[in-house]
Structure formats: C-alpha cells, structure tokens
Design a protein around this ligand. Sequence first.
Ligand SMILES: N[C@@H](CCC(=O)N[C@@H](CS)C(=O)NCC(=O)O)C(=O)O
Length: 253
Amino acid sequence: MAKVELVQFRSAWGLPNPSPFCMKVEAFLRYNGIEHEVIVSGDPRTSPTKKLSMIRYKGEVIADSGEIIRRLSKDFQLDMNAHLSVVEKAEHLAMLHMLESHLYFIAVYSRWLVPESWEQVKKVFFWKNPNFFQKWIINKVQKNTESNLYAQGILRYPKERIFEMGAEDLSALCAYLGDKTWFGNEKPAILDLSAISFLANVLVPPMNSPMKRYVRSQPTLVSYTRRSMQSLFGMDLSASLPGNHEQSQKQAG
Ligand SMILES: N[C@@H](CCC(=O)N[C@@H](CS)C(=O)NCC(=O)O)C(=O)O
C-alpha cells in the first residue's frame, strides 16, 4: 500500500496537534495501523481547501478530515462505524456536525479573539520574536479570523452567550457518552476520533477558558479524555487533568 503523508501543524502544548482536525486524522491513521509520515507545515494555503488537515497519497492531495477518512476507509477496506445501528449512525453524524461545525467556531473564538488566549496561540502558530512585518501579518490573520467568525455567525452573540453555547454542546456530548467506554460503545467509531481531538484541545492547552473550566467540571469527559488519549496516542495526561474520578479506572478496549 502507498504510504500516507500527513501534512499538519507542528504539535503543541504536549498534544499531537493544536488542530482538532489534524489530530482526528492522525488518530484514524494510528488506530487503523496505517503507515504514515508526518510532514510539518505551518501554512494551510498549500492545501486545496486552504485548510489543514491534508494528506498526500498515491500522488494525490486530499484535504478535509472527513474526506481523508472516507478515501482511506475505502482503499484500506475499513469502516469504523460498521458496528453502529442505523439510529446510532444518525446520532453520530449529528454529534460530529455539532463538534466540527458549531463547537469548532466557539473554540476558534476562544483561542483567537480572547486576548489572554491569543497571546498563547500566537506563540504556537507564528514566529517566536516577530519583526514589524511579521507582526503585521499576525494581526491581519487575526482580523481575517474575526471576519470569518462574523460571517459564520458566532460573533454576533455576546461573549457570555458564546461560551454558554460551548458548554451546551459539551454537555450534550457528555450526556450522549454517558457510561459508555467509547461513543462507538465497545470500540471507537469515527465520532470518537473527533471527540477526543476536540476535548484534548480544550483540556490540555494552558489557556484558562470557560470551555476548559466546563470540561474539567465533568468527570465523564475528563476520564474519557484521559483513557482515550492513552489508548489512541499512548499519552498519559494524568498530570495535566483533574484527579481521580469514578470512571478513570475504566479500560479503553
Ligand atoms: N472540515 C475541515 C476543517 C479544517 C479546518 O478548519 N482547519 C483549520 C485548522 S483547525 C485551518 O486550517 N484553518 C486555516 C484557515 O482557516 O485559514 C477538516 O475536517 O479538515
């Protein structure tokens, strides 16, 4: 089989990737034992969608985590959702869109437009000691992000309401997980790859956002993040997550 080149941002904050979409693809490759090489790129403009995640594979460039997983699943004859019922598949699709097409924009707002977080984000995505011109570029990228969030709609709400909506999404995710080991029940489904990437990206970075405070207050989500990161990435996050909860002993299958 042709090797997959996974083009993604530099890892940060002790996480495989600061982008939940790149992390989702990496989780897919790792879980399914697909041979791959990580190529670090800080510039999403090289991607056909002008966004990362992206892979190079069989001489093609494929962007978008969903499209990448669709294509590789076909070629490697995999279906991580095969064991789900029709209703579960529908629920997973709705949850996936909640994470990737709603919560994501709240996370972007939280990182890029809240000044305290922005200071941390700048260090990860841009130059360490920017000169005058680089500072101008950084400000321009931030302004573009602000315009995008206004066009998308999330920026038309007050800050308190934006974070309240973030907590609503996370609360729905938590309720849907319930006491299951994985969203896919006994083994991970595609929703797990996305959920773990979003949760780890909320919980682990050093920013003290309202979303992080919310997730930390939910033992179900904290223990899910801990055991899934151990299982999918072999990473022990115990040191950076709140202490023992009743589910933390649960073994991920
Ligand atoms: N639907 C895409 C979303 C990708 C996406 O939004 N990537 C962000 C990083 S988390 C990006 O590259 N943004 C750059 C930009 O908007 O200029 C996927 O699943 O890969």
